[in-house]
Ligand binder design. Structure first.
Ligand code: C2E
Ligand code: MG
Ligand code: MG
Length: 731
């Protein structure tokens, strides 16, 4: 078997073709041959088959070798092309070679044919593999260029002098400069480095690689932090660096770290950081017998009132200002931290005398007596401070035994202040104690304090959850029109059905709720629930076909009132809340009740405390015909002139006077005076705590409009109140 070869012959003479064939066979080729003699058939043949060689006669009647060359080239082919011709002049031969023919052989000297073909086939194979290699290299280069251009990381190529020879677009972005401005520049010009560049560069070129982090300077002067990886001599004398900007990542990390240990509002360390430091001091104190320290727990008094009255922004400003002022009260080695909304802690470290801690507490109280200027307001703030002292030499200050709460409200056996958390909690406990003494005070932790404060703390926590867990409910107590003896309205009184404590009365939890601010959401719920109940009663009443008469009020007081009113207690804190009116509007709209159905009860003390800011709120409520009662009248210190200026409808005389009315002439006089005063000020009167028929008779004689008390009904749940209302009782 010879060597296989596919040959296309451009030849008109069959004899010549046979001659060639014989010659080729003699050369040892195993042939596939086709003969063409015009452009059309050549094209067809080229399309059909992968020819390895074209042998072309120079001149044919309808075709020629140069034309055949053109046909081949037009089809994008590059095949070994040898002219085999009778007579061809030198010029024609040179022209044909220039046009792309690879060789020519004379027909009368065919002995050259086989060597010519062999050589051409060899050269062609070489040419082809070079071409393929070149193409592969070009593709490779294009790929690398695409990577270079598209990479998000900056890439730079630099020479032995450390000058940029190429940079990618990401590098231009990173440095803030155009490619033209960078090429030729030394790379160290853009590094913020304290190390010796020359030495480092020499080492890099010797070692061949370098990775690390550095800071670079952008054209606008800003600094970026980058990670880099560099490879030396990837082409002799050229080096590559790939640079990844990690500024934002580093910032995020720092921020995370900052968030974990700092309070973003005041910039002070947070509780976690504080406990860390406290842990260190605690360990020191165990190693060094004379080492003492103290923890101060500082809580701003009435902060929630300020926040609800003036808003969060003012609250935040006050916290910030307080933080700064506290900072001036401590020594350089002490740590001040914010450990709660309005709670700060100070670690008074390395003290020789427990009095140092007390002195710092005194300084804080003194500092806080100066008013804060916040948003144009002069604000006064006091703080309650609790101190826990770790002072081994003095027995009364030595590590105190602290009973631990085991989680179910009972106390387990005691354990000492072992952990930093115990110290902070002990100081917190002492702070609660200081708070119960009326605020603005300091208390040092003592063992007995703990149980009381713990109970208070637990109550506060439970209370926050009470609303969520739907543990609150409303009771209703009727208010009786003393003229007709019929029910004129109800007062809504909140109750707490606690899973463990049982039925809790408001006297126990309202003061705590007021102190912590949870009275605001709780009060909102009470308002909504009470209005919803009233609306239900109205619907019920109507569905029974009973008319809703607008009863005339007693003489002296004009206007008419709805047949049934709902009285809702509003705490001082709620009263300072600017959102109250909007909220009431919303409820009235939802329930379809008119404002005149609703009576808000505000204690005398609360209204006097908030008198200035209250005036405008009261007038807004009046615009909606919402009625206002002063609750527990007689127990506070109202200024008569102020009372007169406020748009109050009703005075509720406190139970303490009503209950002693029958036995004490003085109390009777007070009640009489209150009623007269109210009538003179165009207000009506509700007597609270009516328990006996005698009291009822006395009140009727004194022209008191309404009464409320156990004589008529105790506060009862909604179902009982509904039954009572529907039975239309009369006293
Ligand atoms: P208050 O507004 O003066 O309510 C009247 C209190 O007197 C009620 O106590 C009621 O049960 C009690 N009472 C009524 N008649 C008699 C009587 O004949 N004899 C005796 N001994 N007591 C009588 P309660 O329900 O324990 O409420 C206590 C206080 O808690 C209320 O006094 C009110 O100031 C406050 N409170 C109740 N519910 C709320 C509320 O939803 N929000 C706010 N902010 N405070 C509330
Ligand atoms: Mg009341
Ligand atoms: Mg009252």
């Amino acid at each position: 078997m010879g060597r296989p070869l596919r040959v296309l012959m451009v030849e008109d003479s069959e004899d010549d073709a046979l001659l060639l064939l014989r010659e080729l066979k003699r050369g040892g080729y195993d042939l596939t041959v086709e003969r063409v003699d015009n452009p059309e058939s050549m094209k067809n043949a080229l399309q059909r088959e992968n020819w390895e060689l074209i042998l072309a006669d120079y001149a044919l009647p309808q075709f020629s070798a140069p034309q055949a060359l053109a046909v081949m080239q037009q089809m994008g082919l590059d095949l070994p092309f040898i002219i085999v011709s009778g007579q061809i002049g030198e010029d024609a031969a040179i022209a044909a070679m220039k046009a792309g023919a690879h060789d020519y052989v004379m027909k009368d000297y065919l002995a050259r044919l086989i060597p010519a073909i062999d050589r051409e086939l060899r050269e062609f194979a070489g040419r082809r593999s070079r071409l393929l290699a070149e193409k592969a290299m070009q593709a490779n280069e294009r790929q690398l260029r695409a990577v270079f251009d598209c990479a998000l990381d900056a890439m730079a190529i630099f020479n032995d002098l450390g000058q940029f020879t190429n940079v990618n677009p990401a590098a231009c972005t990173l440095l803030g400069l155009a490619k033209e401005d960078l090429i030729g520049q030394p790379i160290y010009k853009y590094m913020e480095s304290t190390c010796d560049f020359k030495t480092a560069f020499t080492k890099f070129r010797t070692v061949g690689r370098d990775t690390g982090e550095l800071k670079i300077i952008r054209s606008d002067g800003t600094i970026r932090e980058v990670e880099y990886s560099a490879s030396a001599n990837f082409i002799s004398g050229l080096h590559l660096a790939v640079v990844h900007d990690v500024t934002d990542r580093n910032k995020d990390r720092e921020q995370l770290l900052y968030n974990a240990f700092y309070d973003p509002l005041t910039g002070l360390p947070n509780e976690a950081w504080f406990l860390n430091g406290l842990g260190r001091s605690l360990r020191q104190s165990k190693r060094r017998p004379h080492y003492g320290f103290a923890v101060l727990f500082i809580d701003l008094d009435r902060f929630s009132i300020i926040k609800y009255s003036f808003g969060h922004l003012v609250g935040d400003l006050l916290l910030n200002a307080t933080a700064r002022r506290l900072g001036t009260c401590i020594r350089p080695k002490d740590t001040l931290a914010r450990v709660g909304t309005d709670e700060f802690a100070i670690l008074v470290d390395e003290i020789d005398d427990p009095a140092t801690a007390l002195a710092i507490a005194d300084r804080i109280h003194k500092e806080l007596t100066l008013p804060f200027q916040i948003n144009g307001h002069d604000m006064f703030s006091t703080a309650s401070i609790g101190i826990a002292i770790n002072f081994p030499q003095t027995p009364e200050y030595s590590q105190t035994q602290l009973p631990l709460n085991n989680g179910n409200g009972t106390e387990s056996s005691s354990s000492s202040l072992e952990r930093p958390e115990d110290f902070l909690r002990a100081a917190d406990t002492a702070m609660y104690h200081a708070k119960t003494m009326g605020g603005g005070r300091t208390a040092v932790f003592e063992r007995q304090m703990h149980s009381g404060a713990l109970a208070m703390l637990q109550l506060e926590t439970d209370l926050r959850l009470a609303l969520k867990r739907q543990e609150l409910l409303l009771y209703y107590q009727p208010i009786i029109d003393l003229k007709t003896g019929q029910i004129a309205g109800f007062e809504a009184l909140v109750r707490w059905q606690h899973p463990r404590r049982g039925f809790v009365l408001p006297g126990e939890f309202i003061p705590v709720a007021e102190g912590t601010g949870s009275i605001v959401p709780m009060g909102a719920w009470v308002l909504e629930e009470a209005c919803r109940q009233l609306q239900q009663w109205y619907e019920r009443w109507e569905s029974l076909g009973l008319i809703l008469p607008n009863r005339e009020r007693g003489e002296g007081v004009g206007g008419s009132v709805p047949f049934l009113t709902m009285s809702v207690n509003v705490a001082g804190v709620q009263f300072g809340n600017p959102g109250l009116v909007d909220y009431i509007d919303q409820i009235l709209q939802q329930t379809g009740l008119t404002g005149s159905c609703l009576k808000l009860e505000i204690t005398e003390t609360a209204i006097m405390a908030a008198a200035e800011s209250a005036a405008s709120l009261l007038h807004q409520l009046k615009k909606r015909q919402i009625q206002l009662s002063i609750d527990d009248f007689g127990t506070g210190y109202s200024s008569l002139s102020r009372l007169q200026r406020l748009p109050i409808d009703t005075l509720k005389i406190d139970r303490s006077f009503v209950s002693r009315m029958s036995s004490e002439a003085e109390s009777l006089e007070i009640v009489r005076t209150c009623i007269d005063l109210a009538h003179n000020l165009d207000m009506d009167v509700v007597a609270e705590g009516v328990e006996t028929l005698e009291q009822l008779a006395q009140l009727r004689a004194l022209q008191c409009e309404s009464g409320q008390g156990y004589l008529f009904s105790r506060p009862v749940d909604a179902t009982t109140a509904t039954a009572l209302l529907m039975s239309m009782p009369q006293w």
